[in-house]
Design a protein around this ligand. Structure first.
Ligand SMILES: NC(=O)c1ccc[n+]([C@@H]2O[C@H](COP(=O)([O-])OP(=O)(O)OC[C@H]3O[C@@H](n4cnc5c(N)ncnc54)[C@H](O)[C@@H]3O)[C@@H](O)[C@H]2O)c1
Length: 349
């Protein structure tokens, strides 16, 4: 394999340029082609990356024998079609989140990548961020005790999407972080929501993920909120973590707070909860752009044949949860059971 890997990025809208900037900054990578059906976007990108070729035809990427990998950052309804062509052309493939429009599409891509021995990675960016990795370290160390519940809010005014609702747009981040932290799949999902602006596409949703040990997580997603909120609270039996991604430096605060019930009591008069109020601690976090770590990880996985930390299978699991949320939305939030292990079996069948 070449020392310098050649990559092409398809989709130069809002997010694609961030991927192009990060891949271009890596010493072991060359962004050889940029592809978009919109010539205006390509003309803009050409001004920034003068030596990179541009094309409106995705087929030009497939036919380029020097290309090692294709990165897909188009609208979600095109992910499966473009990634399938990329894998069939023998290219390692990076797909933005959510991986595809259905779990069947995801499973097909996972199987195709495995069959052809190609790296398939999904852009669950937050898994590569310093605060999320630090929270994982704290949770795994046992410092906060047993995780009792997680509450996540990802709110903003927009950006309204045309092909997916707000759950499919924003919640993949929360779901991927929660699965990473908890390390087990949920067994059922409830999701309620409303479509206000475009009457067919929900712009506010509230989902809960229920786990087999009784734990649960709540995800509130909104494109209709005056404030940009990116907050996750992890409540443990001993301590609680507040993660505010909008904070420039102090993104994580660990609160030494908990509530304890008396071990036994005979009369109501004897019963008192004990509230513990201790110090709050702010761990130091190194400032690194998550996308830089993510793009380097993709190249390293191609080189070493390693499974990405956010593999196709992880993308499939997130999409299975999104599908269950869509089913629950249709029945006004009633519980939908899921078995994510089924996805694992079907992906490798
Ligand atoms: N990881 C993250 O944090 C993150 C953040 C934002 C968006 N995203 C994801 O990135 C993807 C793109 O989102 P966006 O907000 O940039 O969308 P966008 O609509 O701004 O950009 C998509 C681009 O794809 C182009 N396109 C459409 N069809 C194409 C084709 N056949 N070939 C090549 N280009 C084509 C469009 O012209 C457009 O320029 C989505 O999957 C989204 O969920 C990820």
């Amino acid at each position: 394999m070449n020392e310098i890997l050649s990559v092409a990025v398809a989709g130069c809208g809002y997010w694609g340029p961030n991927l192009i900037r990060n891949f271009s900054s890596l010493p072991d990578c060359r962004v050889k082609q940029m592809c978009d059906v919109d010539e205006g976007r390509l003309a803009h990108m050409k001004k920034l990356y003068t030596s990179t070729a541009t094309t409106t035809k995705f087929e030009d990427l497939l036919n380029d024998e020097e290309l090692d990998a294709i990165v897909v950052a188009t609208p979600v309804h095109l992910h499966h079609e473009l990634a399938k062509k990329s894998l069939l052309a023998g290219k390692h493939t990076f797909l933005e989140k959510p991986m595809a429009s259905s779990s069947a599409e995801c499973a097909e891509l996972v199987a195709l990548a495995a069959k052809n021995n190609l790296t398939l990675m999904v852009g669950h960016t937050f898994i590569y961020s310093t605060p999320v990795r630090k929270i994982k370290e704290i949770v795994d160390s046992g410092e906060i005790g047993e995780v009792q519940y997680i509450s996540s809010r990802r709110l903003n005014l927009g950006l309204f999407q045309k092909d997916i609702n707000v759950t499919w747009d924003l919640a993949p981040h929360d779901i991927s972080i929660i699965l990473y932290l908890i390390g087990r799949p949920p067994v059922s999902i409830n999701c309620q929501g409303k479509a206000h602006v475009d009457k067919k596409i929900e712009d506010v949703t509230n989902m809960s993920l229920n786990f087999d040990n009784g734990g649960f997580a709540i995800i509130h997603s909104s494109w209709l909120d005056p404030n940009k909120v990116r907050e996750m609270i992890i409540v443990g039996s001993k301590k609680m973590i507040v993660y505010n991604d909008n904070e420039p430096l102090e993104k994580i605060k660990i609160y030494d707070k908990r509530v304890e019930a008396p071990p036994h009591y005979d009369t109501y008069a004897e019963f008192h909860y004990s509230y513990h109020y201790g110090d709050a601690h702010i761990p130091y976090l190194k400032q690194v752009e998550p996308l830089k770590v993510e793009t380097q990880h993709f190249l390293d996985c191609i080189r070493n044949g390693k499974k990405p930390e956010t593999s196709g299978l992880d993308g499939l699991r997130v999409v299975q949860i999104l599908e269950a949320a869509s089913r629950s939305l249709k029945i006004d939030g009633a519980k939908v059971e899921i078995d994510l292990d089924l996805g694992k079996k079907s992906a490798f069948a």
